[in-house]
Design a protein around this ligand. Structure first.
Ligand code: NAG
Ligand code: NAG
Ligand code: NAG
Ligand code: NAG
Ligand code: NAG
Ligand code: NAG
Ligand code: NAG
Ligand code: NAG
Ligand code: NAG
Ligand code: NAG
Ligand code: NAG
Ligand code: NAG
Length: 506
């Protein structure tokens, strides 16, 4: 199904993650492949075996017996001896290989911990399709796409792995970034008997209705640009009107289309809207991937790409045309870093199943309000309008989003019962708006990485890593060691208590 084609705007985005496009009508996000080459050795290809496990389509009723094959990736080369730790990546919205490739932290550290590496694929993504190619064709088949069902799949997988006599008492550490980070945090909260601790990177578990101000996200994007050059967000803010001015008349539309070498010339207002949505998403993407080293996501990018971008937007411009000329040069940092781009494509990359899946999740559980005022941020003003959002979801999937279900299910305003979780957020990352930035309890800890963009910390080590991310990773190692030790003490006590109980009765 090409559902998101129907959405007027290009909500591009995101890298190994997702984002909710904040400018489009539907406010849905999309996934794109991340082929970054980030580790010190430019290593991207990790080795693993691809496995499958049969799990129920519906974990929560007794009225459906259907099962499906969930995929997972496994590397047992480092798992030594008895009860090795299991490093378990809670897969998010995309094919699982993508996350294996982009979570160098697990690969870098598994040898030291002698850990078994598992990357579990989220249902309805990649090849873990409950009803094969019909998984998306109707609500009856699609309705089992929920975060709760996905977590229950992960429980089944862990219980299955622990059937192995050498892993009966293995501690499990969950890892995840972005939506995957939300899942790893919720995994520990909901299943503390299954998961000993969780590293939840850039997990916006608070980006929900009445919890986080809908303006926060776009303000962080704006701040990133402002830090690069104070004029930069000002000129971007001004550019919206310049675009509006220069798309009133056909001659101007032609001028703009040919200056920018747009693949599809601007013709009508919906083309212009798509163009502006695309620009907004370029800015958001830049903020998410504002990494300190060269990287390659939707597009190849230089180190600290926002800084490069804003070099072209540092002087006042006299006319609308002059401004759009400068903006075009700036956007080339994102759209033409290699010099190989022949024309600028403002439409979405071809939608894939992953995209449909996330749009559906955004239309059910994952309602994350986003808005702009155009004053404290550099975007065109756009209010958050839930009824508009809901009616678009009704049209697309015949579902009504539930804006409260996440906070009801997992908690938002009081998470003080959470234990053994690290919530990490980079302050360059707009998603830190909905992240946990304060300690929740003595063992549910917030780690702030001032120079970090979207889960930089989960990536493989790189020479250009800022000190704050090196420090954060050291803290994770220290904490994981502590959790593993706690776990073996706990197990010892449980076994000791059981034995003494038996002695009483036998
Ligand atoms: C596990 O990963 C290491 C490093 O990438 C590799 O050398 C090894 O062959 C992998 N093991 C398996 C079973 O894939
Ligand atoms: C589920 O399976 C059980 C036995 O395996 C069967 O009795 C039952 O009718 C099945 N339920 C459904 C809804 O198919
Ligand atoms: C799914 O695949 C089967 C077998 O290849 C085919 O008959 C069917 O039409 C496909 N369904 C959809 C919705 O593509
Ligand atoms: C757009 O056109 C209006 C009316 O002609 C003008 O006042 C304004 O300066 C133009 N440019 C921008 C960026 O608003
Ligand atoms: C818009 O499209 C129509 C029909 O395809 C065409 O006649 C017209 O010239 C186009 N206008 C511009 C500005 O490209
Ligand atoms: C706008 O023009 C594009 C072609 O440039 C066309 O595909 C689209 O249907 C048009 N939309 C409206 C609302 O006219
Ligand atoms: C901005 O102005 C300065 C001083 O006039 C000039 O050296 C620089 O090249 C200009 N930058 C851009 C991007 O036009
Ligand atoms: C991309 O850069 C190359 C080299 O500078 C240039 O020839 C090409 O026209 C640019 N592409 C676009 C779409 O502007
Ligand atoms: C929200 O959108 C609906 C149309 O779907 C409209 O009737 C309503 O006035 C809007 N609300 C606000 C506050 O703009
Ligand atoms: C959060 O917990 C960590 C680890 O225990 C501690 O170092 C830090 O000071 C705490 N932060 C706050 C604001 O209490
Ligand atoms: C084991 O039993 C002791 C003494 O009854 C009790 O204090 C402790 O909490 C028990 N530990 C566990 C893990 O059940
Ligand atoms: C308690 O002891 C019995 C008998 O040895 C054993 O079967 C069971 O697995 C033990 N339970 C736990 C929680 O260790």
């Amino acid at each position: 199904m090409k559902i998101q084609r129907n959405l007027t705007s290009a909500i591009v985005i995101l890298l190994f993650q997702w984002v909710i496009g904040i400018y489009s009508f539907g406010k849905f996000g999309e996934i794109a492949l991340d082929q970054s080459q980030m580790s010190i050795n430019s290593k991207t290809d990790y080795n693993y075996v691809i496995k499958k496990i049969s799990v129920p389509v519906d974990h929560f009723s007794f009225s459906l017996n259907d099962t499906f094959e969930m995929r997972y990736l496994m590397n047992d080369s480092y798992a030594q001896g008895i009860n090795p730790p299991i490093f378990f990546y809670t897969g998010n919205e995309g094919a699982i290989e993508l996350f294996a490739k982009n979570t160098g932290f697990i690969w870098d550290n598994a040898p030291q911990f002698g850990a078994l590496i598992i990357f579990a694929e989220h249902r309805y993504y990649g090849e873990s399709l409950p009803y094969g190619n019909e998984s998306y064709t109707n609500m009856k088949n699609l309705g089992y796409l929920t975060s709760q069902q996905a977590l229950a799949d992960y429980v089944d997988l862990i219980e299955y792995l622990k059937l192995h006599p050498k892993m009966k008492n293995s501690p499990v550490i969950a890892f995840g970034g972005s939506y995957g980070g939300m899942l790893s945090a919720w995994f520990r909260m909901k299943y503390p008997h299954i998961v000993q601790g969780a590293i939840a990177a850039s997990a916006p578990i608070l980006q929900f209705t009445d919890i986080t101000d809908c303006h926060a996200f776009s303000r962080i994007v704006t701040t990133d640009f402002k830090m690069a050059h104070s004029k930069c967000p000002e000129l971007i803010r001004k550019s919206w009107n310049a675009i509006n001015n220069l798309t009133l008349h056909d001659a101007d539309k032609k001028w703009l289309s040919s200056l920018w070498k747009l693949c599809k010339p601007l013709n009508n207002t919906s083309d212009v809207k798509q163009f502006k949505d695309w620009l907004s998403n370029v800015y958001i993407n830049l903020a998410m991937v504002d990494y300190p080293y060269e990287s390659n996501f939707l597009a190849p990018l230089p180190p600290y790409p926002i800084y490069e971008f804003c070099k072209y937007l540092s002087n006042d411009t006299k006319s609308d045309k002059e401004l759009l000329l400068a903006l075009n040069r700036a956007v080339h940092v994102y759209a033409n870093y290699t010099g190989q781009t022949t024309c600028i494509e403002t439409e979405d990359a071809a939608p894939d199943l992953g995209t449909s899946g996330w749009n559906y999740q955004a239309c059910t559980e994952m309602v994350m309000p986003m808005c702009n005022d155009g004053i404290n941020d550099m975007f065109e003003p756009q209010e958050w309008n839930f009824s508009e959002y809901a009616s678009e979801c009704q049209k697309l999937y015949n579902v009504r989003p539930n804006p409260n279900i996440i906070c009801q299910t997992y908690g938002c305003s009081d998470l003080s019962t959470a234990t053994n979780i690290i919530f990490s957020n980079g302050l360059l990352d707009p998603w830190s708006s909905g992240g946990v930035l304060q300690n929740l309890s003595s063992s549910a800890i917030a780690v702030i990485i001032p120079e970090g963009a979207h889960h930089l910390d989960l990536r493989g080590a790189n020479r250009a890593d800022p000190f704050s991310v090196i420090q954060a990773r050291n803290f994770y190692r220290y904490t994981i060691t502590k959790w593993i030790k706690q776990f073996s003490q706990l197990k010892r006590r449980v076994i000791a208590n059981n034995t003494s109980a038996r002695n009483l009765f036998v």
